[in-house]
Design a protein around this ligand. Structure first.
Ligand SMILES: Nc1ncnc2c1ncn2[C@@H]1O[C@H](COP(=O)(O)OP(=O)(O)OP(=O)(O)O)[C@@H](O)[C@H]1O
Ligand SMILES: [Mg+2]
Length: 722
């Protein structure tokens, strides 16, 4: 999986942008609960008064406060506040009480000065319980205090005793409530104060939400682009690698598996990259920052600890149970792919042998197995969701229950509880997301392993480090004591093969099925490399040149004709994109395809279906031959390319080919089963069980090669042979 990360390299800018956006998003989202807490506590509970420092005080209140202030404090007070005498109009809009009494207004706030305790004392003395206790109204109380310093001391000590039992939280809320009364006495419009506060904070929340969403959209956009881009490159790499594979690697991986790896497996990776980019960073950021914020509320955080433990345990169980299944699923997808491919391409044979039922059962078995594994995995994953919802609700109840006790004790505000609840849920959510990623990553690492298996397979046949160049002119092809064994096979298929094919010469190979003819000619374009001996082109070993250089010289017609979807012309141009129309015509002519192509409704533009299924076997062979002719190569290899032609066409084709080759001096290698196809060849090589039993012309072989005689006699009558 780590290796897959190198595909993110070209997108590093996007990745950085995603990190920045994610970070910003977390910051925005986590700012919200604090705002909400503010709205509930200050906006609703304290009528929009959030600052415990009085903005204005009635002179009467201030004078009462002086009673409980030191000289120094009084001086500070005078510095911070300006006295507006009764009847001043300047600030009367804000503080209507100014019309009838003197008012102190905060003019130069000094953070080091704190008058809150004297303010609290005054507000307590003026409260109803105090009046009840002392049995006199506050005015009388103050008069008495002024005259009786002893009593003042007692009151002061009593009150400060009570105050010290208050928590900071309690003191603040007491000040805010007292302030609300003072502001009311000043005639201030408390309702509008409240509305303003809520509106301001509310707008702020809206703005933050909007910015948060912008970040979320941006990072989603970038991560989708990065994931798809990275996987596009990965797919291209896999495809390029597979193209360089020799038959050995193909049989090792199986075509079906290679297809699954290029499609399904890469899709898995894409999903996980996309998700990871968005949440792998987001969840830990979110979780840790929330956790940090939650820590502020001591005494509550440990609830969260327990719940997290439960989640970790749950996740581990799911993880252990599902991981082996993911491995299995990819294997089963391979199998399903294999069975489907085989059945679709072999449909005719299946029908002809009435084996539909057997095949259906084979398909059913794989299908059923893959379904049951998928159901199991999905069930596991599906139970996570309700379990998590349950946990969430459970922890919400737990938090509210424990917080309500703290609110009762006065150590917590309601707004704080709500904020804590939200942060706690954020922590849980992030934990869950991380857990889900922990499930997804192993799944995609199964896929990643499968992809890198392909990417890291060095093909058996590869270009030399220091390739030689081939001479321009056509050169003789020589086999020097060549032996060949298929990879993983026990015995050699070819043994001690030596011969030479010169430019302008036609060399034919004949022998019973399985004698190694196709294997022999496949060694020339290096579809396989010889096990012993060597093959040279001129003086150069074919392993010393680039594969593309070598194959450029060769026109190869395989035993099994293969056409690609497109038109007849596009198939011919497959050999040479720039071939002239005359060249194409000539190729059609020589390969005896002209006649049937002309008869097609659209001629050369006639569409060819996938795999060339809409032309007959013989037509396919002739078009394959034409394709090789368009290339105008130095060496032709016809692997049993005339087998599906009738005798007359075969003869005409060879005649046309001979005329062409005489001009171009190309080397022609023909594999054939029919004596008539090859009897005029310059050199005939008879293969028997991987060994050469005779080389020579038809006439010479008829005299000294018994294997050849046997083949010839079985095909031609005595007169024909004479
Ligand atoms: N990819 C392969 N892996 C292992 N063995 C193979 C492979 N291809 C062919 N063989 C074996 O090599 C032998 C020669 O096969 P080859 O295809 O060369 O025969 P051939 O002479 O072309 O036969 P035919 O006339 O039927 O085309 C056969 O016995 C076959 O079983
Ligand atoms: Mg063959």
């Amino acid at each position: 999986m780590i290796k897959a990360l190198r595909y993110l390299k070209p997108f590093w800018l996007s990745v950085i942008a995603i990190i920045v956006l994610t970070f910003a998003q977390v910051q925005f989202e986590l700012a919200l609960p604090d705002y909400m807490s503010g709205i509930v506590t200050y906006g609703i509970q304290y009528s929009g008064i959030s600052d415990p420092v009085p903005q204005a005080l009635r002179a009467s209140t201030a004078e009462h406060m002086f009673l409980f202030m030191s000289e120094e404090e009084q001086e500070q007070f005078q510095k911070s506040y300006t006295l507006y005498p009764s009847g001043s109009t300047e600030m009367a809009d804000l503080y209507p009480a100014m019309k009838s009494e003197d008012v102190y207004v905060l003019s130069s706030p000094d953070s080091s000065a704190d008058f809150s305790s004297s303010f609290l004392i005054v507000s307590m003395l003026e409260s109803e319980p105090a009046a009840e206790m002392s049995g006199m109204d506050s005015q009388a109380l103050y008069t008495m205090l002024e005259t009786n310093p002893e009593m003042k001391e007692t009151i002061l000590s009593k009150v400060s005793e009570q105050l010290s039992s208050y928590t900071e939280e309690n003191q603040k809320s007491a000040s805010l409530l007292a302030l609300k009364n003072e502001y009311a006495a000043l005639g201030m419009n408390i309702e509008s104060l409240q509305n303003q506060y809520i509106l301001k904070e509310g707008l702020m929340m809206l703005l933050i939400t909007f910015l948060g969403s912008l970040c979320a959209v941006g990072s989603s956009f970038l991560s989708s682009r990065t994931a798809t881009g990275a996987c596009r490159n990965m797919r291209a790499d896999v495809f390029r690698r597979v193209e360089s594979f020799s038959s050995e690697e193909f049989s090792r991986f199986s075509t079906a598996s290679l297809i699954t790896r290029t499609t399904n497996d890469i899709q898995q990776i894409q999903q996980v990259i996309n998700m990871s980019l968005r949440v792998v960073l987001f969840a830990p950021f979110m979780g840790l920052t929330s956790l940090f914020k939650v820590m502020r509320y001591k005494g509550m955080a440990n609830i969260l600890g327990w719940v997290l433990l439960v989640i970790v345990i749950l996740m581990t169980i799911t993880f252990v149970m599902t991981l082996p299944k993911f491995r299995l699923i990819q294997k089963l997808v391979d199998r399903l792919n294999l069975v489907t491919r085989e059945q679709l391409s072999g449909m005719l044979v299946i029908r002809a042998f009435n084996n539909q039922e057997v095949e259906e059962k084979r398909f059913d078995d794989v299908n059923r197995e893959i379904t049951s594994v998928n159901i199991f995995v999905n069930r596991m994953l599906a139970t996570i969701m309700p379990a998590m919802t349950f946990l969430m609700s459970f922890i919400s109840v737990l938090i509210i229950w424990s917080a309500s006790r703290q609110i009762d004790l006065g150590t917590m505000q309601i707004g704080d509880m709500m904020a804590f609840l939200q942060y706690a849920i954020h922590v849980l959510m992030s934990f869950m997301i991380v857990a889900v990623i922990f499930i997804m990553i192993p799944r995609s690492s199964v896929s990643a392993t499968r992809i890198f298996e392909v990417l890291e397979t060095e093909p058996m046949i590869h270009d030399p480090n220091d390739p030689k160049t081939l001479p321009q002119e056509n050169q003789p092809i020589t086999f020097h004591d060549v032996s060949f064994r298929y990879p993983n096979a026990e015995e050699s298929v070819l043994r001690h093969i030596s011969f030479e094919a010169n430019p302008g010469e036609t060399v034919a190979f004949i022998g019973s099925t399985g004698s190694g003819k196709s294997t022999l000619v496949n060694l020339i374009p290096r579809f396989f490399d010889v096990t012993e001996g060597s093959i040279t082109y001129g003086n150069t070993d074919i392993r010393d040149v680039r594969q593309s250089d070598l194959r450029d010289r060769i026109g190869y017609v395989p035993q099994k004709g293969i056409l690609f979807s497109g038109t007849i012309e596009s198939n011919l141009r497959y050999a040479d994109e720039a071939a002239s129309p005359e060249m194409i015509l000539q190729a059609l002519d020589v390969s005896q395809s002209k006649e049937f192509v002309d008869r097609m409704p659209k001629g050369i533009q006639e569409p060819v279906a996938q795999g060339g299924t809409n032309v007959s076997g013989g037509q396919k062979q002739r078009l394959s031959i034409a394709r090789a002719l368009v290339k105008d190569p130095q060496v032709y290899i016809f692997d049993d390319a005339f087998s599906a032609l009738d005798y007359a066409t075969d003869a005409k084709l060879r005649e046309a080919l001979n005329r062409l080759v005489e001009k171009t001096k190309a080397t022609v290698l023909i594999v054939a089963q029919r004596i008539s196809t090859i009897r005029h060849a310059d050199k005939i090589i008879v293969l028997d069980n991987g060994e050469i039993t005779g080389i020579g012309t038809h006439d010479a072989l008829m005299k000294n090669c018994s294997v050849y005689q046997e083949i010839a006699l079985s095909q031609l009558s005595e007169e024909e042979l004479a």
